[in-house]
Design a protein around this ligand. Structure first.
Ligand code: PHE
Length: 534
């Protein structure tokens, strides 16, 4: 099979590992995971999350990487290269989608009907390639608002240095954050400036290429990220009262566990591991056949989980020691935490804030550059563009869309006409902002759908046995060893080569991919869109 990306291969398995870890470790680890854990039962939620990561995260990431490497091509090509793109199954699915659209139209949901109808029509015309198209589209949408938050981190770094962010109360924090969130007055230009600066940094790294840009920068930035986290952890844990924070974060509280916690863990796993939008697929297509996909996957997921837990240990001790109550998402990171850092005696608040927002900026940057890759590789592979032109085009589109997001992260005040139009389509229940609209469209609808499509494609259509063959390349026989022998710490004499064991990691992987992943993802999806409620 010819590899269209030969020029772009990673220089080593370590390079791939760090780049993929860079993609997965991002805002999801630093602002999403810690709070979700704190409010969903602490240590118990961490356990549930580990389980979900093992059951869905590991199999799906292995599937995506192996699909990418086997096809050696961009997402659109990958979904058409290993099997025919169209079949009876795709026609059936497309018909179901079109019927669903008709139903939505008749029940008075034209916006939903339009979206589902379009997807159905695309599926009818292009089959599995549709999944590839969405792998090109979704990262563009995500990157447009990811870039805005990346921009905020830069604004905060500059403002902390300038001494503007010296607030020590939540009210003080509101005063700083409100104009940024609502992009009012001259803050509009500052927010857009930050967003464009962040996008420019992404552009610079991506233009330099896979090996000389993404890989090289990941090798510098990822260790730096972990060093910064360690510094913040030491600072937080040495504050009097730090243990209260750790208790909020990790103390098991079974009463807070609900069915919803499991679903929350599924959504979190998808987002934080960058799954379901062709990123790992594209990164996998740059991977050589000597690399061990299983080992790399376990490495990426291990680092991602470590980063999430470390982020919680870095954040909550400082928040609780300074007597603040934790809040969620942007509020926690952009209001509560900086105020807590400023309260730390010794007057070093500026330093802690700069270090923290630098860490956040780095995490966001290495995730953002991975979002450029699937659309860029599609433009290169399917539209014969040069890599430079493709990267430029993607960043340009994301920057322009991002300006709209920057102006409407909180409401439609800056974009009244668009707000009204969206309101009409949504029949008056317009999502609160442009940002919210894109965010819910991507994370609640498209991500689980694409994840589901990927598991079905790899598990059933391409076939888990072919995927396993791909996984075996570069692997030392771990996948075919007996689980019992592995658990007992023995080694099969033949390294498992004769494949006669009944319970091997490879077999478990196949079962998880074909049955457990699709079922859990479907449950999460239905829960997200409100068909069932846990
Ligand atoms: N994984 C990133 C995070 O945790 C977010 C992300 C999602 C990045 C999808 C790229 C693709 O923040």
């Amino acid at each position: 099979m010819e590899h269209e990306h030969n020029k772009n291969n990673w220089s080593s398995q370590l390079g791939f590992l760090l780049a993929a870890a860079g993609s997965s470790i991002g805002l999801g680890n630093i602002w999403r995971f810690p709070y979700m854990t704190g409010t969903n039962g602490g240590g118990i939620f961490v356990l549930i999350y580990f389980l979900v990561v093992l059951l869905i995260g590991v199999p799906l990431m292995m599937a995506e990487i192996s699909l990418g490497r086997a096809a050696g091509a961009n997402p659109v090509r990958a979904f058409a290269h290993l099997t025919p793109a169209k079949s009876g199954f795709t026609v059936f699915t497309a018909s179901m989608l079109l019927l669903g659209a008709l139903f939505m139209l008749l029940t008075g949901n034209p916006a939903g009907a339009l979206i589902v109808g379009l997807i159905g029509a695309l599926f009818l015309a292009c089959g599995w390639k549709t999944v590839g198209f969405f792998c090109g589209l979704v990262p563009i949408i995500l990157l447009s608002y990811y870039g805005v938050i990346g921009g905020w981190t830069l604004v905060y770094i500059v403002d902390s240095i300038r001494g503007v962010n010296g607030f020590t109360t939540i009210e003080g924090a509101e005063k700083v954050m409100q104009p940024i969130l609502h992009a009012t007055g001259h803050w509009k230009w500052i927010v857009i400036g930050g967003q464009l600066a962040f996008m420019a940094a992404c552009l610079g790294i991506s233009l330099a290429g896979v090996q000389k840009g993404i890989e090289r920068w990941s090798k510098v930035l990822m260790p730096l990220l972990f060093i910064l986290m360690c510094v913040l952890i030491v600072r937080g844990l040495t504050l009097p009262g730090a243990m209260k924070g750790i208790r909020f974060f990790l103390e098991p509280d079974v009463s807070k566990i609900t069915g919803g916690s499991v679903i929350a863990a599924v959504g979190q796993a998808f987002f934080t591991l960058s799954l379901g939008m062709g990123i790992m697929l594209t990164y996998g297509s740059y991977l050589d056949r000597k690399s061990d996909i299983t080992k790399a996957t376990l490495g990426v997921i291990g680092l991602d989980t470590l980063a999430a837990v470390m982020a919680g240990i870095a954040i909550f001790p400082a928040v609780f020691a300074m007597g603040f109550a934790p809040s969620s998402g942007p509020d926690l990171t952009f209001k509560v935490l900086p105020a807590a850092f400023n309260m730390i005696p010794g007057g070093m608040g500026v330093i802690w804030n700069v270090l923290f927002f630098l860490m956040l900026a780095i995490a966001a940057l290495t995730s953002a550059i991975s979002l450029i890759e699937p659309p860029a590789s599609i433009l290169v592979g399917e539209f014969r563009m040069s890599r430079k032109a493709a990267v430029l085009l993607v960043v340009l589109v994301c920057s322009v869309l991002g300006v709209f997001c920057a102006l409407s992260m909180a409401d439609w005040i800056n974009l009244p006409a668009i707000g009204r139009a969206v309101g009409k389509i949504w029949y008056g229940k317009a999502p609160g902002s442009f940002f919210e609209m894109l965010d819910s469209f991507c994370c609640n609808w498209i991500l689980p759908m694409l994840g589901l499509a990927t598991t079905i494609y790899v598990g059933w259509v391409w076939g888990s046995r072919y995927a396993l063959k791909e996984l075996r390349e570069g692997s030392s026989g771990f996948l075919d060893n007996s689980i019992w022998l592995l658990l007992a710490g023995f080694k099969a004499k033949d390294g498992g080569k004769d494949r006669r064991y009944l319970l091997t990691p490879g077999i478990l992987w196949g079962v998880a991919l074909r049955w457990i992943c699709p079922l859990l993802v479907l449950l999460a999806f239905f829960n997200c869109i409100g068909i069932i409620k846990f």
